[in-house]
Design a protein around this ligand. Structure first.
Ligand code: GAL
Length: 670
């Protein structure tokens, strides 16, 4: 098989879905395929949860139905995104090997009957899964309809952390490789505290529940280990596939609001193409902004290469407390946000709404109501729009701003013992991103070790845990002329979760020109007033400016008179520090000032739709494409000229994008 990494190749932007034909009879399959063609579907994910159908009893394989459906789809010109089928273990396997079942932190098992009930470190699960993958890959690895391999499904969605004896053993092995000797582990975990010093590796377990708070160093390493274990599982399936097939291999990531199990920066290199599942989360204050953030993060993981939106929803999901339907046009806007931000595929979970099972109230392309439904008509219109944007595929998003994102910082921020349980990492990230979004700026979300040279502005919100070399590369970039905004709680601990003493902010301290003596979080509901008239919440700090210029001070609260916003000339650049959580409009004003000083611009000039207008440019070889997504209730005016590809009209200079509309303008490159 080939040594070069295969690329996902498709004509235009793929339009597709998860399809679960196991739930339907062959007569329904024919209707499904006819309607898929009507909607413009050209990529279908199948066999995601196929195991109990393919291997109903140990070692007995039945591939007839899967082969049949693949042929039918192929005849209709629909390409296959083929699941390995290992996402959920069949009941017979669990009966034979009950130790496969994952164990929760309180030592209780989770049982068969849902999905993903397997321990990522279970050798029995691994070998049974790989036997199935070999059978699937051997049969279908060179099928002409095969576009892509889909390993398992959303690895770690439910089983990211397992605390069973197999996980204990694997964790010890991982720790020995990381530390080499037990003394190094004791030093890293700070086990001198509370008499936790270990003498033997065998004394260490996964961090099951304790009567007090657990060791934060152990917890952090357990998160790293758990991410690595699932990556190892991915690699083992991919390795088996690779010996039978040249098709690209991926798995669907979950860069979607609350899911924090896997450090996807470390997964990216193993994927032939990055794929993501995203669902609007109505528990958040602004789900649409989070969608844009998730899409930008997915592009970041993909190194600014085009990526695939593997799942999103036509309307409501079934797993939030109140599952809101999408308004007319919202599904189209959501889909195009992903495309604007680098997706070369728009796929849905799922094709036909199930009539049984846990997800029967989840929306689908073909709803329970059938084709006589507004949502079906919007799906078909979206299929046409995606078709009309064919030439956008393969182009790259342009951005002048980077936002630093870190799973390690997330895990460390939210450890059991912290200055304020009201402080969430993602909230800080979303607040900073939301302010940039409100300004209509395009943001690349990057890893802490990113190369910042192509940016004008770098924002690092709440980067609590930071490795010294990564902090240095950011401050060196500022020194060379860059502009950065770093926000409170950043640079507090090193990679072992050890506090940088001598004033918080550790490795950022000198560049920021601020000496932070003490954190002063405030109670829920407390509003802090700043000397500029701005208001803030959540957090303040008792600090003094050493070399920084004070832009705003707290005029009340526990850090009264201390600086709240500072800027420091650092070499040829400028390092800004924000020591509180500004309210949204004040945060937006601050970022308007900082980005203005850094010379950052939105993709095109605009008026109206403030805060609810997305403007993103994807650049190709002969043309660039400006996406304008207007979430507002009123029209917005934009300044861009070229062919508007959705309406087929030539537009010039200043023109209006109607309320709720999406427009894509093709510009000629000089
Ligand atoms: C994803 C999953 C799908 C389906 C969907 C529902 O987590 O991959 O199988 O469950 O969510 O929103």
């Amino acid at each position: 098989m080939s040594a070069v990494q295969p690329r996902f190749q498709h004509t235009g932007i793929a339009f597709g879905c998860d399809y679960n034909p196991e739930q339907w009879s062959p007569e329904v399959w024919d209707e499904d395929i006819r309607l898929m063609s009507e909607a413009g579907v050209d990529l279908v994910a199948i066999n995601i949860f196929g195991w109990s159908h393919l291997e109903p009893r140990a070692g007995e394989f039945e591939f007839g139905a899967l082969a049949d459906i693949i042929e039918r789809l192929h005849r209709a010109g629909i390409r296959i995104n083929l699941g390995t089928g290992t996402a959920s273990a069949p009941a017979w396997l669990v009966r034979r090997h009950p130790e496969i079942l994952p164990m929760a932190e309180d030592g209780t098992r989770r049982y068969q009957g849902g999905r993903q009930a397997w321990c990522p470190s279970s050798p029995e699960f691994r070998s049974a899964a790989l036997r199935l993958v070999r059978e699937v890959a051997e049969r279908f690895g060179d099928h002409p309809a095969l576009a892509l391999w889909h390993v398992s499904n959303e690895l770690g969605c439910h089983n990211a952390l397992c605390f069973c004896p197999n996980s204990d053993a694997a964790f010890r092995y991982w720790l020995r490789r990381r530390y080499g000797n037990i003394g190094a582990l004791n030093a890293a975990w700070g086990t001198a505290f509370w008499s936790q010093t270990y003498q033997e590796w065998s004394e260490i377990d996964t961090p099951r529940l304790t009567v007090s708070t657990r060791n934060p160093g152990q917890m952090l390493d357990f998160r790293r280990f758990s991410s690595d274990e699932l990556l190892a599982h991915y690699r083992s399936e991919a390795e088996v596939i690779r010996s039978y097939s040249d098709a690209p291999i991926t798995t669907n990531f979950m860069l979607t609001s609350h899911i924090d199990g896997l450090d996807y920066w470390s997964w990216a290199d193993d994927m032939d193409v990055i794929a993501n599942d995203h669902y609007l989360d109505h528990r958040l204050s602004d789900p649409t902004v989070e969608l844009a953030f998730a899409a930008d993060l997915t592009r970041g993981i993909s190194g600014n290469e085009p990526w695939l939106l593997m799942e999103h929803s036509v309307g409501a999901v079934n797993w939030q407390p109140i599952n809101l339907a999408k308004a007319a046009g919202q599904m189209t806007r959501n889909s195009l946000t992903h495309v604007a931000r680098g997706a070369d595929a728009v796929c849905f979970f799922q094709w036909r709404a199930s009539v049984q099972g846990s997800e029967k109230y989840h929306s689908a392309m073909l709803p329970h109501a059938g084709t006589n439904a507004a949502s079906w008509r919007e799906v078909c219109e979206l299929g046409e729009i995606v078709g009309s944007l064919s030439e956008v595929a393969g182009t790259r998003v342009e951005s002048e701003v980077a936002l630093v994102f870190s799973w390690e910082a997330w895990w460390a921020t939210e450890e059991e013992s912290r200055p304020s349980h009201a402080l969430g990492y993602l909230d800080q990230v979303h607040a900073a991103y939301g302010a940039l979004y409100a300004l209509g700026l395009t943001v690349d979300v990057v890893a802490p070790d990113a190369d910042f040279t192509r940016y004008k502005l770098v924002v690092a919100p709440g980067l609590h845990l930071v490795r010294e070399q990564h902090a240095r590369s950011l401050t060196d970039w500022v020194f060379a002329g860059g502009t950065a905004l770093i926000t409170f709680y950043s640079g507090t601990v090193d990679e072992d979760d050890r506090v940088w003493a001598g004033g918080y902010g550790g490795p950022f301290r000198e560049a920021l020109g601020v000496h932070v003596e003490e954190f002063a979080p405030v109670a829920a509901g407390t509003v802090l007033r700043l000397s500029t008239g701005a208001t803030a919440r959540l957090w303040s700090e008792r600090s003094t400016a050493t070399t920084a210029r004070v832009e705003a001070t707290f005029i009340d609260g526990p850090a009264r008179d201390a600086p709240a916003i500072t800027s420091n000339a650092w070499g040829a650049g400028q390092a800004w520090y924000l020591s509180t959580l500004l309210d949204h409009s004040d945060y937006t004003d601050l970022l308007a000032t900082v980005s203005g000083a850094a010379g950052v611009h939105s993709a095109v000039p605009f008026r109206g739709g403030e805060g609810q207008l997305e403007l993103v440019r994807r650049r190709g070889e002969a043309h660039s494409y400006v996406f304008i997504i207007n979430h507002a209730d009123a029209a917005a005016t934009v300044e861009v000229s070229g062919l508007e590809m959705i309406t087929g009209v030539n537009v010039q200079n200043q023109w209006q994008v109607p309320a709720g509309a999406v427009r894509v303008v093709r510009e000629a490159l000089a």
